[in-house]
Design a protein. Sequence first.
Length: 195
Amino acid sequence: MPTLGQVCQLITELGADQVTLCVELKTHPSWLSTEVRKLTESALGTLAAHQVIGQSRILAFDWRVLRAAAAAESSVPRVALVEPSTWRAGSGWLAGLDPTRYGDGPGGYVAAARDVGAAWISPEDQMTDADLVAAAHRDGLRVAVWTVNDPARMDELTALGVDGIVSDRPDLFLKGGNDGLREADELRSGRDPGL
C-alpha cells in the first residue's frame, strides 16, 4: 500500500490538478490529544510538501482531528464522518460535543458538525434522508454519504441533492448515466455543467 507521500508525489508528477485527495485519518478516542494533533499535523505537512493542500480534504470519525486540522491549516476543508455508534451520549468520537445538547435526528448531527468547523458532513447511508440534506445545505455544509453500492439508492440520494456518494462500486453509478452529482457540483461552483 502506498504512503500518503507516495500518492501525493504521483498526483504531482501526473499533473492531476482535478483530483481531490480525501485523506481519512484513523485515530481512536483512546489516543491522547497530542497524538491526534501530531498525526494530523504530519498529514498536513505531507500535503503541503507536495503542494496539494488546495486539492485536499481531511476526514475523520474522531472529530478532534478536525479541530487539530483547523488549528494547523484552516484552508483545508474538514469532513465530519458520523455513524450511529459514534453519535451517542458519552461518545469519545465527537471532540467533547454532547449529542444530547443537539437533539435527536439529522439536524442534531449537522449542527454538531458545523460547530466543530466541518465543511462537509459524511453520514453512513442509513442516517441519510431528505431532512439531513436540507439541514446540511441550510447550514452551509455539503453532504457525502457512505458506503452506497446499490444503484437505486444512488439515484435516490442524487435526487435528494447529496453532494457526494462514497461507493465500493463507482462503476454502478457511472453505468446509470447519472450526472446529477457532477452537474450539481458544477452549478454550485459557477461552472457550466455542459462543459
